[in-house]
Ligand binder design. Structure first.
Ligand code: SME
Length: 150
């Protein structure tokens, strides 16, 4: 993975006048194509009235989990803690919502605006323990770049 190359691709995309939803979907595609160990990339967006996360644009296999209550699963926990969660082995944690048996690991990064949680980037991997600080740096920088899209 080449973080600088990915930042450039995203910067180029952000200055276009495509609709926000299209930009978000393109960001998912860029991440999935550029990083070998990313198999499912998507956004969950906070719906305050339902105290739940709603599935936004994504790439990868369709998921049944289109609505996740805050607090539930890895995604729901990040909505509460507002900090990145790295799960190197999903079989090790209890509060986990399985999407597919192929998924072995997951990283979820919060997207904050004005100190408030608004959405998150969720990435599933079929690899065991693939994530390093480079993933966190990559995704936290992207989260900050795209917070205006929600
Ligand atoms: N595994 C997530 C659910 C979302 S899917 O990975 C797309 C979780 O535990 O919150």
């Amino acid at each position: 993975m080449n973080n600088e190359r990915i930042f450039n691709l995203i910067d180029e995309l952000l200055i276009t006048n495509k609709p926000e939803q299209e930009k978000l979907k393109s960001i998912c595609s860029i991440l999935k194509e550029e990083v070998f160990h990313y198999d499912w990339v998507g956004f969950y967006i906070l719906d305050k009235t339902q105290n739940s996360l709603l599935l936004g644009p994504y790439v990868g296999k369709p998921t049944d989990h289109t609505k996740i209550p805050v607090g539930k699963g890895v995604c729901g926990q990040v909505a509460q803690s507002c900090s990145t969660m790295v799960v190197q082995d999903v079989s090790n944690i209890d509060n986990y919502i399985a999407c597919s048996i192929e998924v072995q690991s997951e990283i979820v990064v919060p997207i904050m605006r004005n100190n408030e949680f608004i959405a998150e980037i969720d990435i599933d991997s079929h690899a065991f323990a693939p994530f390093t600080n480079r993933d966190e740096e990559l995704l936290e920088t992207i989260a900050s770049k795209i917070k205006g899209l929600f």
